[in-house]
Design a protein around this ligand. Structure first.
Ligand code: DGL
Length: 266
């Protein structure tokens, strides 16, 4: 038994979708969430910067006595997971492998679409991971950079997001995929629009949600589950102002946040 918190980090607020899935699964785990809001977005940054930011945050979460780290950010998972694992001995879970495994399981025709930020798609990490799992897969990837600012603005329905989504999804739609990975923390929020454009039959995979199974498995195999009497707490730390985070948080998370504090990473 280990009542220390699980550390979750993201470039900003979107990783709260992963916290939501974790809070749904575990009523007795404490969660420390780190949102690097001052440096968001990661999706258009270089691999060097993303690795540097991710290492700083992991160090900070370890200093908060976290027992396990979850990289909720797809971009950081795509570019920094292996690097972080080589630098730290604490268990670290990313969202790419869980999302890819679930997509492979769900696809019947072996044709899978991947949507993500520019950095995630350029890294080809989803593609390589999927082909490693099943070399018969055909993978079709598309960067959808405007989905992040749209969801941050709360613009998740109506003509504007729909028209942008139609443009982004045109080739994916024509490629006859039966499964599409929502490879970014923000995309589950515009799932209804994506689904409407691609058609209800297309299976949409939420990588963040898929990663919670891996968290459960790691807690079990490492023997670090919290005691059943431990009480869930969600404590958030952000690198920019607290206000916009607290205003938007409810869109991503259906559980109450116990505290939100500002933090400077030096
Ligand atoms: N959290 C990022 C991701 O999942 C999206 C936002 C960003 O670009 O920083 O890829």
């Amino acid at each position: 038994m280990d009542n220390r918190p699980i550390g979750v980090f993201d470039s900003g607020i979107g990783g709260l979708t992963v916290v939501d899935a974790l809070a749904n699964k575990f009523s007795n785990e404490k969660i420390i969430y780190f949102g690097d809001t001052a440096r968001l977005p990661y999706g258009n940054k270089s691999s060097k910067s993303i690795k540097h930011f991710s290492k700083q945050i992991t160090n900070w979460l370890i200093a908060q006595d976290c027992k396990l780290i979850v990289i909720a950010c797809n971009t950081a998972s795509a570019l920094a997971l292996n690097f972080l694992r080589s630098e730290f001995s604490i268990p670290i879970i990313g969202v790419i492998n869980p999302g890819a495994l679930l997509a492979n399981k769900k696809s019947k025709n072996n044709r899978i679409g991947v949507l993500g930020t520019t950095a995630t798609i350029s890294s080809k990490t989803y593609e390589k991971t999927l082909l490693n799992i099943n070399s018969d897969l055909n993978v079709f990837s598309k960067a959808c950079p405007l989905f992040v600012p749209l969801t941050e603005e709360g613009w998740i329905s109506g003509d504007v997001p729909k028209s942008i989504a139609e443009t982004y999804l045109k080739e994916i739609k024509e490629s006859n995929v039966d499964t599409v990975i929502l490879g970014c923390t923000h995309y589950p929020l515009i799932k209804p629009i994506i689904s409407q454009i691609l058609g209800m039959k297309i299976k949409l995979i939420d990588s963040g949600k898929a990663s919670t199974e891996f968290v459960e498995e790691t807690l079990r195999t490492e023997g670090i589950k919290a005691n059943s009497s431990n009480i869930r707490r969600i404590n958030c730390y952000v690198t920019d102002s607290i206000k916009p985070f607290s205003v938007l948080a409810g869109k991503f998370l259906s559980f109450p946040i116990n505290s939100i504090k500002h933090i400077e990473l030096l």
